[in-house]
Design a protein. Structure first.
Ligand code: CA
Length: 210
């Protein structure tokens, strides 16, 4: 009896501890990032790899930025997470530390996210999940970030980020992009576990009353 009750409570606690953590993408084994637009400069201090290096400060080596911005030909960044990863949110960091000068107009004001699993490959997006469109109302600094909450768990290897707007500047940039990884090893099917836990608890209580 005591063992059953303990098992039930343990099941409940695991279900409740459904956790996620922000992850710098380059901490994932085999992860990489690339830009797929002529506006994305390849010179060292504006490289897309600066988006996943953990640095969100004002230094040139912290940033990625384009050499121009044209919403008709928006820059595209594709993250390869190295393997299918389950996540529930994406973070886009700001570009410039001083919001009161013109450079802050170069921070991202809108973007879209598309996903592809390892099986789907890096060039075919939108099969498993719908595109997510985000509009950012206010400018934000380099170390600040905007969170795109997926509203669901998404499992994918590739994330395609299309930057569709800035705040009126001549270029567009960001210091970092992160994902919120859901720890699927710790959190198996919460609904099934909760039901199992409640069922087991009910069984114990019924037997105690008898
Ligand atoms: Ca960075």
């Amino acid at each position: 009896m005591k063992t059953k009750l303990l098992t039930s409570l343990l099941s409940l606690s695991f279900a409740i501890s459904a956790s996620a953590a922000w992850t710098t993408i380059d901490n994932l084994p085999g992860a990489s990032v690339d830009g797929t637009n002529a506006q994305t400069s390849s010179s060292t201090d504006v490289d897309t790899s600066n988006l996943i290096d953990g640095g969100t400060g004002t230094g040139a080596s912290d940033k990625w930025y384009t050499t121009a911005f044209d919403s008709a030909a928006p820059p595209v960044i594709i993250f390869d997470l190295g393997a299918d990863i389950t996540m529930d949110a994406f973070a886009v960091y700001g570009y410039h530390g001083n919001l009161n000068n013109g450079a802050s107009n170069n921070t991202i004001s809108s973007f879209t996210l598309e996903f592809a699993t390892a099986a789907e490959g890096s060039t075919t997006f939108g099969q498993s999940y719908s595109k997510i469109d985000e509009t950012i109302d206010a400018k934000f600094k380099n170390s600040e970030f905007y969170t795109s909450d997926y509203g669901q768990d998404i499992t994918a290897r590739y994330i395609k980020v299309t930057i569709t707007g800035n705040f009126g500047g001549d270029i567009v940039g960001s210091t970092e992009m992160n994902i919120n990884v859901v720890d699927t090893d710790v959190v198996p099917e919460p609904s099934a576990l909760t039901l199992l836990g409640l069922g087991g608890l009910g069984l114990v209580l019924r037997r105690r009353r008898a």
